[in-house]
Write a protein that binds this ligand. Structure first.
Ligand SMILES: Nc1ncnc2c1ncn2[C@@H]1O[C@H](COP(=O)(O)OP(=O)(O)OP(=O)(O)O)[C@@H](O)[C@H]1O
Ligand SMILES: [Mg+2]
Length: 296
């Protein structure tokens, strides 16, 4: 079967961990990558504008292409060739889930190309297999606030609605920290008291984010990952400390080095430091979206 539909995808940035919810929590944000996939021919042609332009590979190894191929294979569909156009706004290697957006976007495109209704649970499973952890892919797929876990190797997630009016400010430095590097700084053993503190704060965070945002400052305290990553991102940790010291619920976003502040916007979060970019973002409620367009 070869599709004649052009497919358009919009997929959100995501912030994972959110303080105490290491590898579990994810929040979808209103910053989007867009993809247009036009089937035809026998190979791939990739065009990239925006983030990653001139950097990412433009062949079969491109993460979106690999994810489209994986999705088509899982669906038993055949689309030998296509043109992929990427309009990227999610910065790469900064902790805002660009790799998850690429994977989830590619898998969703496969559903569109195969003319199959999007199965979000299955996308979380397939995306987790490619990404290696389910937190960002869950939020990019389902939108809102997600709690992800794995059963054996299988990625699973539940989605909750954040409290009304919640928003995030992301402070994005211009240097990158690869997820693999940030993970390498984590110890294999942590004190029991730190694990217990994080368990309590993670539970509190669910209540805070979904209905008691005034508790977000205390609910975003973490002892399992943020401080250990300081050598890779000292300026980010110092910004987290400064913002938290002024009462704002600041966390390292994903594997960093972006710093995210969660809460109701009230104009108190300061300007970005020199060399950083500040994004005022809402919470994306729906996750990845797919539109099929007749391309003739
Ligand atoms: N839209 C994209 N198209 C192609 N490749 C991408 C795309 N987005 C990310 N990648 C690949 O993923 C790498 C970044 O992945 P990484 O997991 O380190 O950072 P991140 O996903 O931006 O942040 P985090 O996982 O901490 O939220 C890029 O260097 C690139 O190789
Ligand atoms: Mg990533």
């Amino acid at each position: 079967m070869t599709s004649c539909h052009q497919v358009r995808i919009r997929v959100p940035a995501t912030s994972a961990n959110l303080g105490p919810g290491f590898d579990a929590f994810g929040l979808a944000l209103t910053l989007y990558d867009e993809l247009i996939v036009t089937p035809g021919g026998s190979g791939v042609r990739v065009e990239v504008s925006g983030e990653g332009e001139g950097e990412v590979a433009l062949d079969e190894s491109h993460l979106v292409v690999r994810s489209i191929r994986a999705g088509l294979e899982a669906l038993g569909a055949s689309v030998p060739g296509f043109t992929l156009r990427c309009e990227n706004r999610i910065p790469h290697g900064r902790g805002l889930g660009s790799s998850s957006a690429a994977i989830v976007g590619g898998l969703a495109a496969a559903y569109g190309l195969a003319d199959e209704p999007v199965d979000r649970e299955r996308i979380v499973v397939l995306a987790n297999e490619i990404e290696g952890h389910p937190d960002n892919v869950a939020a990019a797929t389902l939108g809102g606030f997600t709690i992800a876990w794995t059963e054996g190797e299988t990625g699973r997630a539940v989605r909750l609605d954040p409290a009304g009016g919640l928003a995030a400010v992301a402070y994005v430095p211009d240097n990158r920290v690869l997820t693999t590097e940030a993970r390498g700084l984590l110890p294999s053993v942590v004190p029991h008291s730190d694990a217990a503190a994080n368990a309590g704060k993670a539970a509190l965070f669910v209540a805070a984010l979904t209905g008691r945002p005034e508790l977000l400052l205390t609910a975003t305290e973490d002892r399992l990952h943020q401080e250990y990553r300081e050598p890779a991102m000292p300026e980010s940790l110092s910004l987290v400390h400064k913002l938290r010291g002024s009462g704002l619920a600041a966390v390292i976003s994903g594997a960093g080095p972006t710093v995210a502040v969660l809460g109701r916007p009230d104009g108190t979060s300061p300007d970005a430091p020199d060399g950083w970019t500040r994004y005022e973002l809402g919470i994306d409620p729906v996750g990845v979206q797919v539109w099929s367009l007749e391309s003739g």
